[in-house]
Design a binder for this molecule. Structure first.
Ligand code: PMP
Ligand code: GLN
Length: 387
């Protein structure tokens, strides 16, 4: 393994899911739903396969049906903010958001360029930046136990920008903290990007999983569309994490750059699922609100259970995840806590420290996923109460 990748080893998600299987534990670690997405969307995939649509190499930027559906989705949900994209020149289909992230970083960074990322950050960000020869500069979201939320210190963000900063890698709604950046915060980030002439890659895969507040795409702020690469994923929006269908929306020059990288990573993304996701994106608004309401109820079940079990619970405004503080339980090392949790309680969780460069900042926090059946969440909560 080369020096760029040596520090990364196996992802925590694979490691913890394997631990869950080995110990027969309830897996609240890796974020994937335990119920598949809509039946009619699965049927659409079967139809595409059977009818021979996408069984041979589809077009590099994605099949036209999906590109048009992505553009229509952006128009439907964000058109009122003045945001829309041309399906032929401003949309790129990728193998999940993970490839979108890697291809964007590979396409846009020169070796030595600095990338500002909110810490804790999703694990593939660090690896993606390293593969591209960039340098990550984390800006730490601060835990505020009084409000049970995490907050971004805009002065810290501003101070992190140097002459070497090429781009900001943003994530809202934010994994693992569940933070949804506010209009004011986003406006400040936009101002900074304009002032310092930075690009922004914004990972908005949880755009429809917002329980309080609203999701506002960064690209909708003045002067941002031309410098922003926005990333979405069918994994989160339609509960098909195994399909690995994601997309990028950006102006033609940026999409073209990302496409240059993508063509040598995967060439194209798998065909039949693209037709199915195109149909999924056209589902009525009630699908999207239903998904959100269902996950909000699940969040509440798990939050109550974790509170009753004695955890400090940060209240997520979005995503699949609840971050907890384990200090009220008499622990301060999330790694050690998660390593022994399967045998002590039959539950698997993720130590937030893996998402930090400043490991000490993340040490006492542990993440639980709530994208599971309510009965599973209740079972897990009961087990944790015996800790
Ligand atoms: N970004 C974030 C913030 C995520 O949580 C995930 C994983 N679910 C991804 C990107 C990767 O998404 P995909 O499965 O579409 O590659
Ligand atoms: N995004 C999911 C999580 O944070 C996992 C995705 C993965 O395993 N790469 O749990």
């Amino acid at each position: 393994l080369n020096r760029r990748l040596a520090e990364f080893g196996t992802t925590i998600f694979a490691e913890m899911s394997a631990l869950a299987v080995r110990t027969g534990s309830i897996n609240l670690g890796q974020g994937f739903p335990d119920a598949d997405g809509p039946e009619e969307v699965r049927e659409a995939a079967v139809r595409a396969l059977r009818d021979g649509r996408g069984n041979q190499y589809p077009p590099g930027p994605g099949v036209p049906e999906l590109r048009h559906a992505v553009a229509a989705h952006q128009q439907r949900f964000y058109g009122h903010l003045g945001l829309s994209y041309d399906p032929d020149t401003e949309v790129l289909v990728t193998a999940g958001a993970t490839e979108a992230l890697a291809a964007s970083l590979l396409a846009l960074l020169e070796p030595g360029d600095e990338v500002i990322a909110l810490e804790p950050y999703y694990d593939s960000y660090a690896a993606g930046i390293a593969l591209a020869g960039g340098r990550r500069v984390p800006v730490t979201l601060r835990a505020d136990p009084a409000s049970s939320t995490y907050r971004l210190d805009l002065d810290e963000l501003r101070d992190a920008v140097t002459d070497r900063t090429r781009l900001i890698l943003l994530n809202t709604p934010h994994n693992p903290t569940g933070t949804v950046l506010t209009r004011e915060e986003l406006a400040e980030i936009a101002r900074l990007a304009r002032e310092r002439d930075l690009l922004v890659i914004t990972d908005e895969v949880y755009e429809h999983l917002v329980f309080e507040g609203e999701h506002i795409p960064l690209a909708s702020f003045p002067g941002m569309r031309e410098r922003t690469v926005t990333i979405g994923s069918a994994g989160k929006t339609f509960s098909f994490t195994g399909w690995k269908v994601g997309w990028v929306t950006a102006p033609p020059e940026l999409v073209g750059a990302v496409r240059s990288a993508k063509q040598f990573l995967t060439y194209v993304s798998a065909g039949p699922f693209q037709y199915a996701v195109a149909e999924a994106l056209a589902l009525p608004d009630s699908y999207y609100t239903g998904l959100r309401d269902d996950l909000r109820a699940k969040r509440d079940v798990l939050a109550r259970g974790l509170t009753a079990a004695g955890f400090g619970v940060f209240s997520p405004s979005g995503t699949y995840f609840i971050t907890t503080d384990i200090r009220p339980l008499g622990h301060d090392d999330g790694f050690a806590f998660c390593r022994t949790l399967p045998e002590r309680a039959g539950v698997v969780a993720i130590p937030n420290a893996v998402f930090y460069d400043h490991k000490d900042q993340g040490a006492p926090y542990v993440r639980f996923a709530f994208c599971k059946q309510e009965s599973v969440l209740r079972d897990a909560a009961n087990r944790l109460q015996k800790l």
